[in-house]
Design a binder for this molecule. Structure first.
Ligand code: G3P
Ligand code: MG
Length: 237
């Protein structure tokens, strides 16, 4: 079962920071999961929420702030003073961290609330320019964007789901993908076991308990997103 560091090593470090990604780059795991938005001036930045309020000392929507304004914010102190120098990374800066490693990068397009114009093309173009096309897996709760990914240049893609759905594999096939990233509460439901039987590739978020991870492995889940990859590695070896 593949292990992805969710928002970097977000259990031990502030989520979606270079510190969290550098820690993940040191681990023998499959990859990292990264959340991306577009700034007011069209730059790809790595942060989870639509607003900066929860994880920085600033306020407001990412889409209403320029990259320069976002770079003035501290996105580490909310976890500990130790991280007060952390700045919101650009996707380009995260590519730098993994330039010399073999990790895969699951880039989650956070366009499920605001449909960022041009985000799909910008992410794929940057991945191509940086030589990451064969290491990138693009996912989103915005399935219209995943359909655009499917119809564009060749890059791995997945739909994200939250609720328990019916016939989700058939739905994914309509979009054009076989990869489905499901929430932990739906992972043990018929939705997931049916999809696995039909040939889906299923990853589950967010799995921080090794007992759940063991159960997921038993039913044939292909990968997990965890805030504690070091703990999963210690358990699974
Ligand atoms: O990509 C898996 C997971 O990150 C989706 O949910 O809210 O943690 O971005 P969220
Ligand atoms: Mg995410």
């Amino acid at each position: 079962m593949k292990i992805y560091a969710h928002r970097g090593c977000s259990g031990a470090y502030p989520e979606n920071t270079l510190a969290a990604f550098r820690a993940a780059a040191e681990l023998p795991i499959t990859g990292v999961e990264i959340d991306v938005h577009l700034t007011k001036d069209g730059e790809i930045v790595v942060i989870h929420d639509e607003k900066v309020n929860r994880t920085t000392n600033g306020k407001g929507y990412v889409k209403e702030l320029t990259l320069k304004e976002l770079k003035e914010l501290d996105c580490g102190s909310w976890r500990s003073e130790e991280w007060s120098q952390e700045k919101i990374p650009t996707l380009d800066e995260v590519f730098d961290v993994f330039e010399e490693t073999n990790h895969r990068l699951n880039i989650e397009l956070k366009s499920d609330v605001f449909p960022y114009d041009g985000l799909v093309d910008k992410v794929i173009d940057l991945a191509a320019e940086r030589g990451f096309m064969d290491r990138v897996l693009i996912s989103s709760f915005n399935h219209e964007d995943i359909q655009s990914v499917v119809q564009g240049k060749k890059v791995e893609n997945a739909i994200l789901t939250f609720e328990v759905l019916v016939d989700v594999y058939d739905y994914a096939r309509v979009i054009g993908t076989k990869r489905i990233h499901v929430s932990l509460p739906s992972a043990f439901r018929r939705m997931t076991t049916d999809a696995l039987r039909k040939g889906a590739i299923i990853y589950v978020y967010t799995v921080n308990d090794v007992n759940y991870a063991e159960e997921l492995q038993k039913i044939g889940i292909h990968g997990i997103f965890t805030d504690h990859p070091e703990k999963m590695l210690a358990h699974f070896g």
